[in-house]
Design a protein around this ligand. Structure first.
Ligand code: ADP
Length: 666
């Protein structure tokens, strides 16, 4: 080491020694520790001025700072969990119920005493095994013969079955077959005399987990049973084990995730997959890249300082669009309990155990999640809130929270119900309550500012509708439906977007031309095709509909959907487009307060559509009186709680002709 000065030399040695100690006390798995030590050994011989030196140190720094074995201990009190979810969130009872069920299953799997069945006709062997395994705190059942084992298996399931191979009448092979056919996830360990090991190996091909030879070795019995149990538990917890919260923004997905973490006493972390462009953001860059970094999963775990946080993967429905690499398979690996015990981040290059992480995914539209990923998830739907729910949430949660955050706790202003209702209807138009919270925050902030100027003025302030207008300015939204006249060629439709349900106005116009169909307003391909199909249906049924046949001869037809900045697609506007066209050709105006959603076939049948609840909520927000939906959506409509449908007339129809006199004004 003659490439630096004495003083540098000293410092270099001190640095290396410092890391040596940190490696020793980092509580890493032994293979990782070896790698870190080897890396440090190499660095001790490297010139500290060299680029590799800094890169190497950063790597070691990363290894020692990861919570390899650091875990928070779970609070498994379900009643407390229920209470926390309830205290933090209004309503959402079905969602909360499903979350509690999910936690209960997880807790049961984690806490239940593993169950083991020992089958051996030799008493000494049976007692011996029972003695060894009882000490491990397993729940043990025993059977004196294969016959008795079959009977027990008829009525009870076990995590692991240990069975002797050679027994009278019913042998171990039959016990194995019966167990596997009835409980495919149960692991079977075969017991064999020392001389018959070959036949035991054969049983593995038939589905046995492993075999143990007599006379038993204590350690071997313990370790084989433990491995079998691990395999069994990983298969249980893998089934539908990842929750996915799906719904529009601002409906409480993130905040429920946080409450779950709080209830369990775990750390909470969050990764947004929406903005990602590269698989390496999930799985890290190899260290051969300059400036390589670990992926976000490992990074968030490091930040959480715990290997078992609740990790929220936001916007799983957005991955895959212009992504580099294969993000889907990277995520599948992260979420798969069989693989994620040894997740390899490219930067770390050593396995990290993710099996203790509780993943929760979120999506705006679950339907858009790629198939294999969706199969792994238990999807819980969050839908938008009604006005009444929003008002309750505002009064019980948003207002108190903003009063706290804006430092108004000493003189809390009181929000009147009318003021809240005004904010909801005139300053927001959304499925969730994100904007509502923002507006309430603005009001509180302005009150706080006034307080700074004239201290006395804000004691006992009552926030009234007038005050809302003073603080938030003129109203931002109008009841689009009620505030305008009925028109020819303009029909009200309902669409389902990422942000929840929304209302659209479809406009059709005709002009002199050469039978061209012009479509504008950010329409996707499916919507364009729906428009074509609607026009074809009308042309082929013109006389039936009372439309002059020659109307198509020298005309261009233009269909437009305003609010062009929002991309719109999907087949559900088919019926709406058809009605706009019919209104145009018959020159009869349509009722603006009737909103329609349905897919149209070329023969005039109406097919079911998605997002019914979101659409109904959107219709109510916009002041619609009547909603026309496909008859085939009857079950969806029936499943929607009564208070969501309150004040709306909902008509279910099968054919286009049934709608005309409900919408067209004579
Ligand atoms: P999302 O993740 O669905 O976009 P958030 O969890 O960020 O929505 O919710 C936005 C805000 O609304 C948060 O402050 C949250 O606490 C609040 N919130 C949403 N739903 C409820 C509810 N049912 N009760 C109380 N607060 C709620």
């Amino acid at each position: 080491m003659n490439f630096f000065k004495k003083s540098d030399d000293k410092q270099h040695l001190a640095t290396i020694e410092g890391y040596r100690q940190r490696i020793a006390s980092a509580n890493m798995p032994s293979n990782v520790q070896q790698i870190a030590e080897r890396e440090l050994e190499m660095l001790s011989k490297t010139n500290p001025a060299a680029a590799e030196y800094a890169i190497g140190l950063t790597y070691i720094e990363y290894l020692v700072s990861l919570p390899w074995h650091k875990k928070t201990s779970d609070n498994l009190d379900l009643e407390r969990a229920h209470r926390i979810l309830n205290e933090r969130h209004y309503g959402l009872s079905e969602v909360k119920e499903r979350i509690i069920e999910h936690l209960a299953v997880k807790i049961m799997v984690m806490n239940r005493k593993p169950t083991i069945l020992i089958v051996d006709d030799e008493e000494i062997a049976r007692n011996n095994l029972e003695h060894i395994l009882k000490k491990e705190d397993y729940a043990i059942a025993t059977a004196k013969s294969g016959m008795e084992a079959l009977k027990i298996l008829d009525s009870s399931a076990f995590d692991v079955v240990l069975t002797d191979i050679k027994m009278q009448t019913v042998d171990g092979l039959e016990v194995l077959e019966k167990t596997k056919s009835k409980y495919p996830d149960t692991q079977v360990i075969m017991i064999t005399g020392f001389s018959a090991v070959d036949s035991a190996i054969e049983t593995i091909k038939k589905g046995a987990f492993h075999y143990i030879a007599k006379p038993f070795k204590l350690d071997e019995v313990r370790s084989v049973v433990k491995q079998a149990l691990k395999k069994k538990l990983s298969t249980i917890s893998s089934k539908g084990s990842i929750l996915c919260f799906s719904g529009p923004p601002g409906t409480g997905k993130t905040s429920l995730g946080k409450s779950i973490a709080e209830a369990l006493g775990r750390k909470f972390a969050r990764i947004s997959l929406g903005g990602m462009k590269d698989e390496a953001e999930i799985r890290g860059h190899r260290r051969t890249y300059a400036g390589a970094m670990p992926g976000r999963i490992i990074e968030e775990i490091r930040r959480a300082e715990s290997s078992n946080p609740v990790l929220m993967l936001d916007e799983v429905d957005k991955i895959g669009q212009d992504f580099k690499g294969d993000p889907e398979s990277a995520l599948l690996e992260v979420l798969d309990p069989e693989q994620n015990q040894s997740f390899i981040d490219h930067y770390l290059d050593v396995p990290f155990d993710l099996s203790n992480v509780m993943f929760i995914a979120t999506a705006n539209i679950a339907y858009n999640i790629q198939g294999a990923l969706r199969d792994r998830m238990e999807i819980i739907e969050f839908s938008g809130y009604t006005e009444d729910e929003k008002a309750m949430i505002a009064l019980l949660h948003l207002v108190p929270k903003q009063i706290r955050e804006q430092g108004l706790s000493d003189y809390p202003p009181e929000f009147t119900a009318e003021a809240i209702s005004k904010v909801i209807n005139e300053y927001t138009r959304e499925a969730g309550i994100r904007n509502l919270e923002r507006q309430i925050s603005t009001i509180c902030r302005k009150i706080a500012t006034e307080f700074v100027h004239h201290k006395e003025s804000i004691r006992n302030i009552s926030v009234t509708p007038e005050l809302v207008e003073r603080y938030l300015g003129p109203r931002k939204f109008y009841l689009e439906v009620a505030d305008e006249k009925n028109r020819v060629g303009v029909t009200t439709g309902l669409v389902w977007t990422e942000a929840g349900g929304d209302i659209i106005f479809l406009e059709a116009a005709k002009m002199k031309g050469k039978r061209e169909l012009i479509l504008t307003g950010s329409l996707g391909n499916v919507m364009r095709e729906s428009a074509q199909a609607a026009l074809s249906y009308i042309r082929s049924n013109a006389s039936l509909l009372g439309i002059p046949e020659n109307i198509f001869e020298y005309q261009d037809i233009h269909i437009h959907v305003p609010a062009g900045a929002i991309p719109k697609d999907g087949p559900s506007a088919g019926v709406t487009i058809a009605i706009a066209l019919i209104s145009l050709f018959l020159e009869k105006p349509t009722r603006r307060d009737v909103a329609i959603s349905g897919e149209l076939t070329l023969s005039g049948r109406i097919l079911p559509v998605g997002g019914i609840k979101e659409k109904i909520l959107a219709a109510r927000r916009a002041g619609v009186k009547t909603v026309i939906l496909p008859l085939k959506n009857r079950v969806d409509v029936e499943n929607i709680p009564q208070d969501v449908k309150k004040g709306l007339e909902i008509l279910l129809v099968e054919r286009l002709e049934e709608i005309m006199d409900k919408v067209l004004i004579k």
